[in-house]
Design a protein around this ligand. Sequence first.
Ligand code: 4AD
Ligand code: MG
Length: 471
Amino acid sequence: MIYTINNLFIDNNDKTKKIPKQITVNGWVRSNRINKKVGFLDLNDGSSIHNLQVVYDPNLASNNNLTTITTGSAVTITGNLILTPDAKQPFELKAINTTIYNLCSNDYPIQKKEHTKEFLRENAHLRVRTNTFLALFRIRDQVSWSIHKFFHDQQFIYLHSPIITANDAEGAGENFIVTTITNDKYEKDFFSKKAALTVSGQLNAEAYAQSLQKVYTFGPTFRAEKSNTTRHAAEFWMIEPEFTFSNLQDNIMLAQNLIKTVISDVLNNCNSELKFLQEKQETKNNESLIEKLTSIADAKTNFKVITYTKVIDLLLVAQKEGKKFEFNNIKWGIDLQSEHERYLCEEITKQPTFVINYPQAIKAFYMKLNPIDNNYPEQKTVAAMDLLVPGIGELIGGSVREDNYQQLLKNKNQFKIAGDDLQWYFDLRKYGYAPSAGFGLGLERFLMFITGSNNIRDVIPFPRTPNNLTF
Ligand code: 4AD
Ligand code: MG
């Protein structure tokens, strides 16, 4: 009977289960040590970060092939499961029969010693054969399933928004062009116009939310941002719920619920992965990764909500008290830099924090204009919300959408949006547009937060960043 190593551990702990004496396991060899009398082979099959220890007698002629097995080799081993409750591991497999598919060459870069993340990034095709990356990508799977389950349970409809588009939804000019020609005569190109990879599925999601009420997208997103930081990737996955008959408060609650629910799913289902990652990390303020996640997942607490205007006040106070920012020209209207965002949630609020009501001029054209404050008529704000979290900065960006056709046309001019490509989007406001809100959650930033990773390149299988397209 073929067993996964994970199921072996589960069934061994379950008194009602009887594991057959003879079992077969597939996997890759993590190490093979041979003493005079006994050989120890550590096998990992990807189902768990735990290895199965295989033991064999190297002096038996029938085990000759086992002694030749190198680290990294792919094998199938049949043997007798022997319980060893007093040893480091609860059981081991006494090999009877071994099939070697491919003996791993001796220049295999992944050896039993500790490798740096930088080295492993250069070996992105092999790094998932280490426990760290095995844990990270098993958690990535859990988080993805949890997100789908969260929305499905709340009757959100999963929407496949297009990858190729003619619009720059965020208006930031960071599109990758999609073309079949070698010049810029796009009127002769495949679509008879300039096409690009999507930077966001939101505009399409808005159209569908005007019938299905609650939709979400979950797909790859592309941004040609030249910012070579630890938090930006040129290709990343974004989750974008969009729901109608809603307001900013509903949007905040949805985002908070999503974060808490997914984190508690990870705590419940990826305990050994989290423990493993936690042991490798230095703790900050003596709070371990699991403690941090447990307190965030607590359903009884709310994340902090604070206006942009208040944030500027707080940053000015901090500055007065001697805090030095690299970008130090702090005043109403500036775009918050990541150092400001992190200072706010790491030093001032010390928790995930929603910043709301940003200046219109620094946000996207589609965000709903707030009523003018007569005391500060020049300070136009929009019903936006960003969720900032310690260690990362911006995790979520969202807003209520401008539902007034005339106002949206004004925004089009103000934000210098050229052409008619978005006319269909403006027209939604003429055809029974119900108030709509939504947000975008960057999957990789969320994974960095959950796993305590400090580089986005480590939580996506094959990262795409400036000057980096090897795999
Ligand atoms: O704040 P952003 O640009 O918002 C939007 O795209 C809206 N259309 C969302 C909406 O309202 N439906 O991006 C949303 C999130 C960010 O908060 C961040 O987590 C992530 O997407 N993100 C990136 N993640 C990795 N690499 C990048 N280059 C990212 N750019 C944005
Ligand atoms: Mg944003």
